[in-house]
Ligand binder design. Structure first.
Ligand SMILES: Cc1ncc(COP(=O)(O)O)c(C=O)c1O
Length: 376
């Protein structure tokens, strides 16, 4: 096998959102900005299937296959149409997959276009590799929509990759199907790799709005999935990419030998079990989201003088704006006085006085009541 070319990385700055969570995640009483759905216990998962607990006890704790246990990859491939198990590559969370994708595909000087605001690693890793990153901006005044004409204006002959995240963190924006198809066609025609972060897929409020996965409709695209968000199983640290692009698959697989080699065997077992019952898991998570979203809509209607509320279309988070006062001070006072954690937009380097709110946790009504009390 030939050498794997990896650019000399430049320093990575701190991951603002992760550092903010590190300060509060295990001390604040109410996390009102989590992006993952309410989690499950191991016992909850094992109860999904007769014999699952015995199976876990017997599960072998040796190394697993580097690309992911074949039975897990088979289960992952069932999420998609036209994707074979060999086209799914398992990672330790979505984060490892983002890191390896960028290292496998990008070279210094390459141009990359990234949907913004976004989860920091989606642009920061590309920057650290010496790429020229342009931001495809989602604007609040357009309901966080992405404008394809903006993208066309940004494309350059050396554009190597476009990175998009829909359903979107932090706004809850879901791209309309015609736009998503046009985006895929555009990238395909120009030979640009589309990296499609789909970690909130299956949480569309209207299932008819569910987009095809980029890997299904675009042979050059790479789709990102994970157990953490829609399924609420972040502690498993199981993510994956699905792609028909054999070259990128091979490069990422070769790099994985230098990061985690293979995933945790018990996690693979539990992820596979959960995916066999994913409709039930998503069903429970959507129940929580729907009930909480109704409360949030009422809350923001009652406090229209304090907040601007753009309704999300999918996922467990949204990005409202505080109308008066500085949002960082607001969040800081809220967490210290009421124990309720919101995430200020500065964690995305977004200047618009927005904050992220999360609503896929069961204790969200209590957290919202605390916020309401704080406002008084
Ligand atoms: C859009 C997006 N992509 C990737 C990730 C990383 O997921 P994980 O923590 O499961 O690796 C996150 C986590 O917040 C995310 O919001």
């Amino acid at each position: 096998m030939s050498l794997i070319e990896v650019p000399n990385p430049m320093p990575l700055p701190p991951f603002k959102l992760e550092r903010y969570f590190a300060r509060y995640e295990f001390s604040a009483q109410y996390l009102l900005c989590s992006s993952d759905c309410e989690s499950w216990t191991v016992a909850d998962l094992l109860a999904l299937e007769p014999g699952a607990d015995e199976g876990l006890k017997r599960h072998w704790l040796g190394y697993t296959e580097s690309t992911g246990a074949p039975s897990l990859r088979a289960e992952i491939s069932r999420i998609y149409r036209g994707i074979a198990p060999e086209q799914a590559l398992v990672h330790s969370g979505a984060e490892e997959a983002i890191f390896l994708f960028m290292h496998a595909v990008l070279q210094p000087g390459d141009h990359a276009i990234v949907h913004w605001p976004c989860y920091q690693s989606l642009f920061e890793v590309a920057k650290s590799l010496g790429c020229d990153v342009s931001f495809w901006e989602a604007r609040a005044e357009n309901g966080w929509a992405l404008d394809l004409d903006d993208l066309k204006r940004m494309l350059r002959p050396d554009t190597r990759a476009v990175v998009v995240n829909t359903p979107h963190n932090p706004t809850g924006y879901l791209m309309p199907r015609p736009d998503f198809l046009a985006l895929n066609n555009l990238c395909r025609e120009r030979g640009i790799i589309l990296f499609s972060d789909e970690v909130y897929r299956e949480l569309e409020y209207d299932p008819a709005d569910r987009l095809p996965s980029a890997c299904e409709i675009n042979p050059g695209a790479v789709s990102l999935g994970v157990m953490s968000k829609s399924y609420g199983l972040a502690g498993l640290r199981i993510g994956w990419i699905a792609t028909r692009n054999a070259d990128i698959y091979a490069r990422m697989a070769a790099l994985k030998d230098y990061t985690t080699i293979c995933s945790s065997a018990p996690s693979e077992y539990l992820a596979e079990l959960a995916l066999r019952h994913r409709e039930r898991i998503i069903g429970r998570n959507m129940e929580i989201i729907r009930a909480n979203l109704a409360r949030l809509n009422a809350f923001f209607a009652a406090h229209a003088d304090r907040f601007a509320w753009t309704r999300p279309h999918a996922g467990p988070i949204a990005f409202p704006r505080l109308l008066d006062g500085d949002v960082e001070t607001f969040c800081d006072e809220l967490v210290h006085e009421s124990g309720v954690l919101l995430l200020p937009g500065a964690m995305y380097d977004h200047p618009g006085n927005h904050f992220r709110i999360g609503f896929a946790r069961r204790n969200m009504p209590e957290a919202l009541a605390r916020l309401e009390e704080f406002l008084k």
